[in-house]
Design a protein around this ligand. Structure first.
Ligand SMILES: Cc1cc2nc3c(=O)[nH]c(=O)nc-3n(C[C@H](O)[C@H](O)[C@H](O)COP(=O)(O)O)c2cc1C
Length: 298
């Protein structure tokens, strides 16, 4: 299917998209990065994840790319609410000048924080707000935090806290391997005001090694992304599409490297498709979006 055949009318939570290809969260956080994406072929510009407080992120080696997969533990470095207040309006201007909606990914550590962050994002000009409930790489005081999307009640409470945002809100989930839990999370999302689901964040706590057997990442474990995620995300999107109400859109993210990956995710019910690792592995070159689009059309 070509973008032309795709036709006008593709929307994500009611927001028009020229075509289905998005950058996934984690690939842009600064004004410069937004400006570069705004000039690229991507259909919307996604920024974040932003937290309320400033975060330095994890130290040392935080990204390891291997044949067919990558492992990362960036730990969401960002300048926090100050950055949202100071830079989001300009980010929205840049994205809109490029004819693209702005998606803002936020990550709280309690439902109330999601509410506050969603309000800040909407006030700053976001067209869509993505609640990142699936980040596996958050360490504080040597301990790893709970991944919110494994707790259906926490998912429901986080969306409820953001219900007053003036723009559509969606949730980004961790891959849910247990089918019963997936059904419970889908039921919680379906009963909430969430308008879209992004599936999925990285697969938690993978381990990549250096040739000498030491962990490639300084915090040891990291989220698995890239090609290895393709069958996982296809399965997640297909199951979520079947379990969610029709009005909730599903965005497929994981292992998208070529046009056939876009095609396959749309086939199983994704409304849009995002990528991160393919962008990182191209040296953060936004031309990856135009190339992938051309490969999808071909
Ligand atoms: C280096 C890196 C940083 C990421 N940072 C974020 C983030 O801040 N927020 C988020 O929701 N997802 C983040 N992700 C997850 C991606 O958005 C995406 O869900 C995941 O990598 C799977 O897609 P991919 O196979 O195309 O990379 C990050 C991924 C990578 C590789």
């Amino acid at each position: 299917m070509s973008p032309a055949a795709d036709g006008p009318g593709r929307t994500l939570a009611g927001v028009a998209l020229e075509h289905p290809l998005l950058n996934a969260a984690g690939t842009a956080r600064t004004l410069d990065e937004v400006a570069r994406l705004a000039r690229s072929a991507v259909a919307a510009v996604t920024v974040g994840s932003y937290t309320l407080g400033e975060r330095a992120g994890n130290g040392g080696e935080v990204y390891a790319s291997r044949e067919g997969y990558a492992v990362n533990a960036l730990g969401m470095p960002n300048r926090g609410a100050a950055q949202l207040r100071e830079e989001l309006p300009r980010m929205a201007e840049l994205a809109h000048a490029g004819g693209k909606p702005l998606v803002v990914s936020v990550a709280g550590f309690a439902p109330g924080e999601y509410g506050e962050l969603a309000g800040l994002a909407a006030a700053g000009g976001a067209d869509l707000v993505e609640l990142n409930l699936g980040c596996p790489n958050v360490w504080d005081d040597g301990a790893q935090k709970r991944i919110a999307s494994f707790d259906p009640a926490l998912v429901a409470a986080s969306v409820a806290a953001a219900a007053d945002a003036s723009v559509p809100v969606g949730v980004k989930l961790s891959p849910l391997a247990d089918p019963v839990l997936l059904a419970e999370v889908a039921a919680a999302v379906g009963a909430s005001t969430a308008r879209f689901v992004v599936s999925c964040n990285t697969f938690p706590n993978g381990l990549a090694l250096r040739p000498d057997g030491r962990p490639a990442l300084d915090v040891r474990f990291g989220g698995v992304s890239g090609g290895a995620m393709k069958p996982i995300v296809l399965g997640q999107v297909a199951q979520l599409r079947a379990a969610l109400p029709h009005a909730v859109d599903v965005v497929g993210v994981g292992g998208v490297r070529r046009g056939s990956d876009v095609h396959d995710l749309l086939q199983v019910g994704a409304t849009a498709v995002g990528l991160a690792t393919a962008f990182w592995d191209r040296g953060e070159d936004p031309a990856v979006f135009g190339d992938l689009l051309a490969d999808w059309v071909a």
